[in-house]
Each structure stands twice: as C-alpha cells, then as structure tokens.
Write a protein that binds this ligand. Structure first.
Ligand SMILES: [Zn+2]
Ligand SMILES: [Zn+2]
Length: 823
C-alpha cells in the first residue's frame, strides 16, 4: 500500500466543464470531411436501406418532421454500428401543386395564363431557396445521410423534379403502358376546382361540417300528390335523374315506377326502389343527382343513367343550371333555396352534420365532373396486393391495418394524370394525321409539350405533325418509386437486384393510403414483390394541449430552428428519444419539455468528467462485488437497448439508458465506489482500487456507445476526448457479455433501498452525508459482499448484516434496515 504522500491526486482530464452545443457544427463538418457516412456500394457488409421520406420543401421543416427524421437517423446509426452499410439518402420532394400555388401567389399570376416555360422557371427559383432551407435544418439536426449534394449515384441526394428522377417515373409509365395496364377514359372523377385538376381517391379527405338539410316539395306526375324529398344540395336539382326509396319502406311502395316532377326545372324523373335509400334519413325519399356525392356516382353508374353535369371545372354552375348558370356552387345553393322558399316549396330545413369530401391539399370541397384522364389499373389486383402486403413487417404491428383497410376500400382505378405544369410529363405524342399514339423508348426524360418526338413520321399514316401530351402525373406516381430510385435501379441493376426489397420505409400514418399504398401497387406491378421488408409508421407531434402543430395557429407553432438555437440539436434529440414512442401515439411538445429532458446531457457530462479523473487500466485489477453488480446491470441494459433499437423503439432504449446512467450508475454505483477509486485512506488494496477505475471507464464507454445513435454529438465529443481518436459512430455496438452476467444484479434494489434509508436518516439527524456514523447500522444480509464499499461510502463504523436481536434499542429505517439507538 502506498504511503499518503505518494498517492496521486486525481483531477479530471476532461477540462471543459459543461456540454457546449456550439461545437455541434464542427463535428458535423468533421464527419462530412471524413466521409464516415458515405455509401460504398462495393462494401462487403450487408446493406440496410432506408427509404427516407423526401419532404416537400415549400415550407420550413416543422417540429414533427424534425422529430421523426431524428428517429430515422437513430435507426440508421444503430444499423451502422451493428455491422451494416447503411443506405440513408436524403431526398427533396419538389413536384406538384404546392409550389405552383405559391408561385401564383408570390408573382400574382395564374398558371394556365402564363407561358409554361416561364412558370416552371419561377417555380424552380422558389424551390431552390426553400430546398436549401430544408437541407440546412436537416444538417443542424445532425442527420447521418450519405451525401448532401445532388448526385446521380446510390446514396446521393435526390430531388423528385430532377431529370433522372423523372426519367424513372416515365419509365414506369412506359412499362405499364406496354403491359396494358394504362387506359384513358372519361369518367366522373374527383375534381378540385381550386387546384384545377383531377385528384385521386387517395387525395380526398373528409371534413365534418354543419349544413342545412332542406325538405323540398315535389309533385308526383301520375297522382298529383306532393312528396317531400330532403337534400343538402338543392343547387343540383337541375341534374336530378331519379328518386329512390328503400324497398322495405312501406310509405312509398305505391310510387314505384311513377314519376316525380323536379321543382323549378320541371322535368320528370322515375321513382324507383333501391337499398341505398335509408328510411330514417330525411323523408326516406332520395334524389339522385349527377353528382352530389359518391352515392350519386355509384347509383347512376349502376342504374346506367346518363348524367347531367351541372358544375364546370372552375366550380361554377353551367348552362344545364338554367338561370343559375355562372354562379358558384355556394351562390347557386343560396339563390335556389330563396327561390324555393318564395314558391312555398321548402317545408322545413334542419341543421345536420355531414362528412363532406375535400381536397387534401387545398381543403375545399371537391366536385364530381367528367374528365378524360389516364388510369392505372389497380382494382383487379387487390387480392394479390393484400397478399404481398403480408410480406412486410410493421412497426407498430397495428399500423398494418390502416393499409389493409385502405386496400379493401379501393373501388376505382388510379387516375394518374393531372392538368398541372410542375410535374413529370406524361411521355406521349399524338399523330395529328391519324391520332396514332407514339410511346417513346426507355432511356431518357421526355418533355412532349416542348419537344418533338424522336420519330420523323407517323408509322401509321406517314404524317410528320405531332402533338405532345400536356398533362403531368399525379405526384404520388413519382413518389411511389422512391425505393426503386434510391436502390440504384437506373444506374446499377445488379445492386438493385441484390438489395430489393428496401430495408425500411419510415413514414407518417396519414400517408399510408397514398405513399405506402401506391409504392406497394407499383412495386407489385413492376416486380410482383413487396417494396419493403419493414415499414415504420409514426404518429404526430402535438402541442402541450394535444393540438396539431401548425404555422397557421401561432400558439401551437414550435420552430425546430428556434429549439436548436436555444438549446442545441442534442437537447432536441435527447428529448425526441426520451419523450415517448411516436410509433404508438402522438407526442406532446413544448420548449419546457425539451429544456427539462436536456438536463440529462449535463448529467452525462458531469459523470464523464468525474470518471476522467481516473486512469484507464486493463490489467492488475480486481473487481469487487459492487463492480460485478453494476456490470451485471449494464449487461441487462445492453440487451434492453438492442431490443429497443431492433424494434424501432428509440424511446425504450433511451429511457433504459437514462434510468441506468442517472438513477443507478451515478446515484448509487459512483457514490459507493468513489471512496475506493480515490482510496484516500489507503484502506483498499491497489488491485481493488484499479477494479473501480476499470469498471467506471468500462461503464462510461458502454453508455456512450449505447447513446451514440440518439445523441451523436455529445457522445462523439466525450469519446474522442477520453477514448479513441476514431469516431464513435464507426465503433461496434455493445454486445451482451456472458461474463458480466451474474446473480449480483439482484442486489441493485436492495442497495438502492439501503442507500436511501441511510441518506434519509442522516438528513433527519441534521448531519452531512459525509459525516461518520458511530451508531450500529443493521443491513440486509444479502448486502454483505458490498460491506467494504458501503462502510466507506456512508462512513459507517459499525455495520452489521442481519436483524438486531429482540430487545435491542433500535429504530427501523426500512425493511431489514435498522439503526441502533444510543442508550
Ligand atoms: Zn385542391
Ligand atoms: Zn398518323
């Protein structure tokens, strides 16, 4: 044993006293320089590919996106540390309506009245700026994406309006065309008058609204009796084509086959029975118009009745509406109600709530109009799509049902063409001589509205005049091949074949019916396979009151950039890990919560700084039972973290690490081992003192590695400072060690209880925690192996294991813990 004057004094080698978020950027840049996240397609390691959602870039990244991208980054970093080469590209979605609307607003122009070329250039300028803003936000969050520059190779950043990306979209269309899966048809489709385009069922949302149910008087032609028909859309009277009642409704059996005269317009329509009519809705008689809702669309189609369209593509009444021609739908409704009232034809009106279909982007009511559009077949493949959906694993498993329900509800083929400018062009030309449709070869990106076709003359009639198609695709038609694009389908077919299906699709629940479903559909049609091995479906980040976070509701708005400026990215990331599992439910967010959870970073820094006082040793040490206990505990933690990360549950890993690090390792182990690590009185052997040093460093190293996927900056800072010069992010993730497993793990709760009892006792006695305890202390016998450390920690002179004998003057502190009373 060393004499006191020979003993070293211990000072932290970690000089910086607190975690400083300002160094995050420097680490981020260092990682880029070292290229540690670059994707190497020749790597021998197994690939794990993540089809990162390309955010639409017209608005700044919101807090919910920031949260979910952090989780995706956690998955990527964990996979990297467990021996995978991780394909984690960043993409930006730029196609489609939002930027067109923004361009119209900013420049005060109308798309259809602006030369297409000019309009597209204006869109591009806006997209460039907002795209850069999104990328900056992702960089601040520390995402470990493969590359931040737009590159045409695997792992490169991609953008959906890039000619290469659009080439892929067009290639899928041409393949489908050649397979006979595309057809053009004039059908009644969902039409958004604000967006000026056809939209698919997957783009329709529903909104509860209060509306008037008007009871309107009709005359029966044959019997001249009055009947009452309730409707929420009286402006469609002109397009009424039939009146139905339920076959079980006794009130109207005598009207079957007779005719109703439509008020104001005066035409007669047949009255017939149909189960779609509900006897308890309104009067039980329902007028079927073309088209007020989906029911109208289906029934008229089923009864084979030609529609009379009353609404045009701008959402105004057309010439079929007679005197209401030119009015908007709302104006026409108000006017016709007035007219009916003045003629005594409205017997009553009642307020009802109904679900009305709205456009998911512009949020206004959609209409049903006839449009000639391209369709991709899907209805006939539903059973097969359901079958391949079974090959994907879902996190959480329940979220799979959202997809299955949607597939089951699909009733019409996918309308894929749109009448917009900023999108991928439908690659077709039409011969002006004979109408022959020219479908180009694969291999390049085509813009038929500005280019001539690659053939000189029509193969059918020899004409040299062609008309280029002007329509674009539904942007989901682009997005639904993101996994094909990132896996290098265009550039490295053998890599694609080896690595398809993609490892993971992370995405929000609200786009299961379009992004996930359409990807599944296209993957089925192209490859007869499921596109992903796993799908991680997340819920939302909401404010403290559970409200949706939205820029238009300022009191809910939390800007991630402000969070990062105030607290650092790491504070945001640890909050993202610790605040709950977003796979299972919505997550509540506020500045206070983020600030609160970030205290763990301070704690971690303090722990590391304390441990940095002691040398790192790898030999000549002996582990005390206390050391074995914490290693057994650590071993359990490693298992728990691996399970959490494997199940894409960063929350369970993060909270297990925090509980271990703070509530066990710091509060109890470090407190107990301090005396031995310093060994100021020289009461411990050098080998046991070195055992303390060994265990402290080993635990810290493991904690840093376990936490590295969640908080990459602070763990890297501590790792480089204390351990190795090579980034923590390319280290192997800790594995459970059978040698650390031991029964001593069971001592943990006993130890915690004992420590708490003694601290409480000292506090009640008014003595300091470091004050010597001269009285007898009775401890549970199981703790005997920790005797030396416990005596030193609490400075107990007289520690007895076992209960006091009866008659002894003691005070009970807790179960099996007593303190002797001075006589
Ligand atoms: Zn719209
Ligand atoms: Zn021709």
């Amino acid at each position: 044993m060393m004499k006191p004057k020979d003993r070293p004094t211990f000072k932290p080698s970690l000089k910086v006293k607190t975690w400083n978020p300002e160094i995050e950027t420097a680490f981020f840049e260092k990682w880029q320089e070292e290229g540690i996240f670059k994707f190497d397609e020749k790597s021998e390691k197994p690939t794990f590919s993540i089809d990162t959602p390309p955010p639409y870039v017209n608005t700044p990244i919101h807090i919910g996106q920031a949260y979910t991208y952090v989780w995706m980054d956690i998955f990527a970093r964990y996979k990297r540390m467990t021996g995978h080469i991780v394909l984690f590209p960043i993409g930006l979605d730029k196609n489609g309506l939002p930027v067109e609307v923004q361009t119209e607003r900013i420049y005060n122009i109308s798309m259809h009245e602006t030369p297409r070329e000019e309009f597209i250039e204006k869109c591009k300028a806006i997209l460039k700026e907002s795209g850069d803003r999104s990328l900056d936000a992702f960089k601040l969050l520390g995402l470990s994406c493969n590359s931040w520059s737009l590159e045409h190779h695997i792992g490169g950043r991609y953008e959906t309006d890039d000619p290469e990306y659009r080439r892929l979209t067009q290639e899928t269309f041409i393949r489908f065309w050649n397979m006979g899966l595309i057809y053009e048809d004039e059908k009644t489709t969902n039409y958004c008058p604000v967006c000026g385009t056809t939209i698919s069922d997957a783009e329709v949302e529903y909104e509860e609204e209060e509306t008037d149910l008007n009871y309107v008087r009709f005359k029966v032609q044959e019997t001249v009796e009055d009947v009452i028909i309730a409707t929420t859309r009286p402006e469609l009277l002109c397009s009424c084509r039939t009146v139905i009642f339920n076959p079980d409704d006794e009130r109207y059996q005598h009207l079957d086959g007779k005719h109703a005269i439509v008020p104001i317009f005066g035409h007669a329509v047949e009255i017939q029975h149909h189960p779609y009519a509900k006897p308890d809705f309104g009067s039980g008689l329902v007028m079927m118009c073309s088209f007020g809702d989906y029911g109208d669309v289906w029934i008229l189609r089923e009864l084979n009745i030609d529609p009379i369209y009353a609404i045009d593509q701008k959402g105004r009444m057309n010439e079929n509406a007679g005197i209401y021609n030119g009015l908007t739908v709302e104006e026409a409704r108000d006017r016709i109600v007035e007219d009916l009232k003045s003629q005594g034809l409205i017997v009553k009106a009642e307020k009802i709530r109904q679900r009305r279909p709205i456009c998911w982007r512009s949020k206004n009511a959609i209409e049903f109009v006839p449009m000639k559009e391209f369709y991709l077949k899907q209805v006939e493949f539903k059973d097969e799509i359901l079958r391949i959906a079974d090959r994907m694993e879902f996190f959480a498993p329940e979220s799979k049902q959202i997809l299955l329900d949607w597939i089951n509800s699909v009733g019409i083929d996918w309308v894929i063409s749109r009448r917009r400018y900023y999108g991928t062009e439908v690659p077709l030309w039409y011969c002006k001589g004979c109408g022959h449709i020219y479908v180009p070869e694969l291999g390049r990106y085509y813009q038929p509205w500005r280019e001539k076709p690659l053939i000189d003359k029509c193969p059918e009639c020899g004409s040299i005049e062609f008309h280029g198609e002007e329509r674009t695709f539904d942007t989901w038609f682009d997005s639904a091949t993101s996994e094909v694009y990132i896996l290098g389908y265009l550039w490295n077919k053998s890599f694609f074949e080896q690595n398809f299906p993609c490892g993971l699709r992370p995405q929000g629940k609200e786009i299961v019916r379009n992004w996930l479903y359409f990807t599944l559909l296209k993957s089925f049609l192209l490859f007869k396979a499921a596109p992903f091995q796993n799908a991680w479906i997340h819920m939302h980040v909401v404010d403290e009151q559970g409200r949706k976070i939205s820029k238009s509701v300022p009191e809910t708005w939390i800007d991630p950039r402000e969070v990062i400026t105030r607290f650092g990215s790491e504070a945001f990331r640890i909050w993202s890990g610790l605040e709950g599992n977003i796979t299972r439910g919505d997550i509540r967010c506020s500045f206070e919560r983020i600030k609160g959870t970030s205290k763990f970073l301070t704690k971690l820094w303090n722990i590391a700084r304390f441990i940095s006082s002691f040398p790192q040793v790898s030999e000549n040490y002996e582990l005390a039972t206390l050391d074995k206990m914490i290693l057994a505990n650590l071993n359990e933690l490693i298992g728990e973290c691996r399970r959490g990360y494997e199940e894409m549950n960063a929350f369970s890993a993060a909270s297990a690490i925090r509980t271990f690090t703070w509530n066990m390792f710091a509060d109890h182990y470090i407190e107990a081992v301090k005396s031995r690590a310093y060994n100021r009185g020289g009461i411990f052997s050098t080998r046991l003192q070195r055992g303390a040093w060994y265990t402290l460093h080993l635990c810290l190293e493991m904690i840093l590695k376990l936490l590295a996927p969640i908080v990459p900056f602070i763990t890297e800072a501590l790792w480089l400072e204390l351990y190795q010069k090579e980034s923590i992010h390319i280290q192997s993730f800790p594995e459970e060690n059978p040698e650390w497993k031991s029964e001593t793990a069971k001592l943990v709760p006993k130890l915690i209880e004992f420590d708490n009892a003694i601290w409480r006792y000292k506090k009640n006695e008014g003595s300091s925690l470091s004050q010597e305890l001269a009285v007898q202390i009775y401890a549970p016998p199981e703790l005997k192996p920790l005797a030396e450390d416990l005596e030193a920690m609490h400075r107990i002179k007289n520690l007895i294991f076992g209960n006091p004998k009866s008659g002894q003057n003691v005070e009970k502190l807790a179960e099996d813990i007593f303190v002797g009373k001075l006589a």
